[in-house]
Design a protein around this ligand. Structure first.
Ligand code: FAD
Length: 376
């Protein structure tokens, strides 16, 4: 079962379509997302009855709302001038409770990624773009008698959490699985400890947590009209889900986003897309403020006929990206370490084609604090 984001079809339901068709059509025809007991009503998703009828959708009257964002509490989570940092450390971790663990990918995704919601009772506040540490149970195999090492996970929710009350945080966790290179078979003894612990957790389970940590991926908010180019592979999308919910889903009085958020997401295939319904809904709601480009390595081909990776998408839009960077845009990279060399090569190639020195440009971007990298 795929993580449904508690998505409810409020006014239009596909008739006679398969589950796959519903998912691949994204949020088409869906006007309301419900999260916990709060609902988020779309403004731009008017139900065009003729088009809907052609698609086989049934329309009912919809009440459009201009105040579509979800209100959040407590607003004093906005008042701190500095982000919280390492409130809980490995020697004194916080005991949190698992709220839910849901598979976040479709049946044909290679591997499994889970959306894990954790109740911290409001005691471990964080800002968008930070990470939590998780200490899996058991003994550290390298230091007998000691607890396991902390593993870091980017937080995939805003500071208000998926229930908008500041009491939860969500993680996007991919199970680390080990395949024996000789037999090609999975060796469960060598599977990743913490990712599997989290993905196997049940509601009510207790977990040991540290953090929050990290400043490099904090969303710069001084200019609400800034451009943010977000590049992710797989679970690297986690911090961006937080940013995008803050920009487009939540009603945060002191951050009214009017800039451009441009997400590039690289995954294996369409079943591996993460949080696609949410992102697709922002495209419909905020077409002037959100762009979303996907690179599906096992489904799409790049212009040379090879697999489509995020760097190929970056190359496709390199002129625009370079112009935006020259105009002060922030660029973020998050996901597997292996994504960076290919991306850097592409950016260097494009810079050279433009007669610019990439090394100079990169050091300028870093100096201006426009360059944000968190890869693992
Ligand atoms: P470990 O038990 O630490 O094992 C590591 C790897 O070694 C696994 O692939 C395992 O299969 C393999 N292995 C184990 N034993 C052997 C053996 N004997 N021989 C060969 N190989 C072996 N991950 C996410 O999923 N989502 C995130 O949002 C995320 N954010 C991160 C943010 C930061 C800043 C950092 C630094 C990391 C992040 N990670 C994230 C990665 C995460 O911290 C873990 O590294 C990851 O989940 C693997 O941890 P594990 O305990 O499951 O695997």
């Amino acid at each position: 079962h795929r993580f449904p984001l508690s998505l409810q079809v409020a006014f239009s339901a596909p008739v006679g379509g398969s589950d796959r068709a519903v998912r691949s059509s994204g949020i088409q025809g869906i006007n309301s997302l419900s999260f916990g007991n709060k609902s988020w009503i779309g403004t731009a998703l008017a139900c065009d009855s003729k088009a809907a009828a052609q698609r086989g959708h049934v329309c009912r009257a919809v009440q459009q709302s201009s105040k579509s964002k979800v209100s959040v509490v407590p607003l004093d989570l906005e008042s701190a001038k500095e982000p919280p940092l390492n409130t809980y450390k490995p020697k004194g971790p916080y005991t949190a409770t698992i709220v839910s663990v849901e598979r976040a990918v479709g049946p044909n995704a290679p591997g499994e990624t889970c959306h894990v919601v954790i109740d911290h009772g409001g005691n471990v506040p964080y800002w968008e773009g930070q990470s939590y540490g998780i200490i899996p149970p058991g003994e550290n195999p390298k230091k007998p008698g000691n607890p396991q090492n902390v593993r870091l996970y980017s937080i995939a929710s805003t500071r208000y959490g998926d229930s908008f009350d500041g009491k939860t945080a969500s993680l996007c966790v991919r199970r680390a699985v080990y395949y024996d290179p000789e037999t090609g078979k999975e060796d469960p003894l060598k599977n990743g400890v913490c990712s599997n612990f989290l993905c196997n957790s049940k509601p009510g389970d207790k977990i040991q947590m540290t953090g929050p940590s990290g400043k490099i991926m904090l969303l710069p908010e001084s200019d609400p009209n800034a451009t943010h180019i977000m590049i992710a592979t797989g679970t690297g999308v986690a911090p961006y889900r937080g940013y995008l919910r803050r920009m487009f889903m939540e009603d945060v009085p002191n951050f009214r986003f009017g800039g451009l958020a441009w997400l590039f997401l690289g995954v294996a295939n369409s079943d591996s897309l993460l949080y696609d319904e949410e992102f697709t809904s922002y495209l419909k709601q905020y077409p002037d403020n959100f762009r979303f480009d996907k690179a599906l390595s096992r489904e799409q081909k790049n212009k040379s006929g090879g697999k489509m990776y995020v760097q190929d998408k970056i190359e496709e839009y390199s002129d625009e990206i370079f112009k935006l960077l020259d105009g002060g845009a922030h660029i973020y990279f998050c996901g597997l370490k292996g994504m960076m060399p290919g991306i850097q090569d592409t950016l260097k190639k494009v810079a050279e084609q433009r007669g610019e020195s990439w090394d100079q440009k990169l050091s300028q971007l870093k100096k201006n604090k426009q360059w944000h990298v968190e890869v693992y």
